[in-house]
Design a protein around this ligand. Structure first.
Ligand SMILES: [Zn+2]
Length: 217
């Protein structure tokens, strides 16, 4: 049986839509006006910075390792909230002398203010998944104060974000005035998660949406 909608119901629906519209328009904008370093036919002869940083906006940074440093040339994302910051993936190079990832990320973090013993706001390092080109830089962040690195195995991913019924449900990370939704997206990798930033509307799917991506390293 199809219930006939009363004018009252339509009014309520209309009101909800009207309320939803300003929420949509409150997304913090950013710029994708960037030219990514394309590498070189002979990298030895061409000086290239190992890492490129694009400020999408004042609190959102897109980082990419140079194709001359690693053929994977992976992207990483730094999201800054009012109390915490979040780095999604750590790229394909472990050695900080070749790839100063931690140094670059920490330089982008805002000061922690009056918090005793801290100079930068805390950083959480997470991953989309555990393939090596997304986590080889982890060692640069481990054993540093105010930095937490979340391992990529399924047990840690489930426990850290809080997925009692993996892969069902959506978890949240609160960076302070900035909520990040954490969405289970296994398939490309058993503990793969994607991230949705409610502040900018950006969705970080990593390799999950690539067609027929093989299980590489
Ligand atoms: Zn992968």
């Amino acid at each position: 049986m199809i219930a006939k909608r009363s004018p009252k119901t339509l009014t309520v629906v209309g009101l909800l839509l009207a309320l939803a519209r300003p929420v949509m328009s409150q997304l913090t904008p950013g710029s994708m006006d960037v030219h990514w370093n394309e590498g070189a036919s002979d990298c030895a002869k061409t000086a290239q910075p190992p890492i490129q940083v694009h400020p999408y906006n004042a609190q959102t940074f897109i980082l990419r390792e140079s194709p001359c440093s690693t053929a994977e040339a992976p992207f990483m994302y730094l999201l800054v909230g009012s109390t915490k910051s979040l780095l999604i993936d750590t790229g394909d190079v472990a050695d900080p002398r070749q790839m100063p990832l931690a140094q670059t990320v920490i330089s982008l973090l805002p000061e922690a203010g009056q918090t005793a013993g801290q100079t930068k706001i805390p950083l959480i390092v997470v991953h989309t998944h555990g393939h090596l080109d997304h986590r080889l830089g982890d060692s640069q962040f481990q054993h540093q104060s105010s930095i937490e690195v979340v391992p990529t195995d399924l047990a840690h991913v489930r426990n850290y974000f809080g997925f009692p019924d993996w892969p069902n449900g959506i978890a949240q990370l609160d960076l302070g005035d900035r909520i990040i939704d954490v969405i289970p997206t296994p398939g490309h990798y058993p503990s793969h998660v994607s991230y949705y930033d409610r502040q900018t509307g950006l969705f970080f799917s990593s390799d999950f949406f690539l067609p027929r991506t093989p299980h590489h390293r």
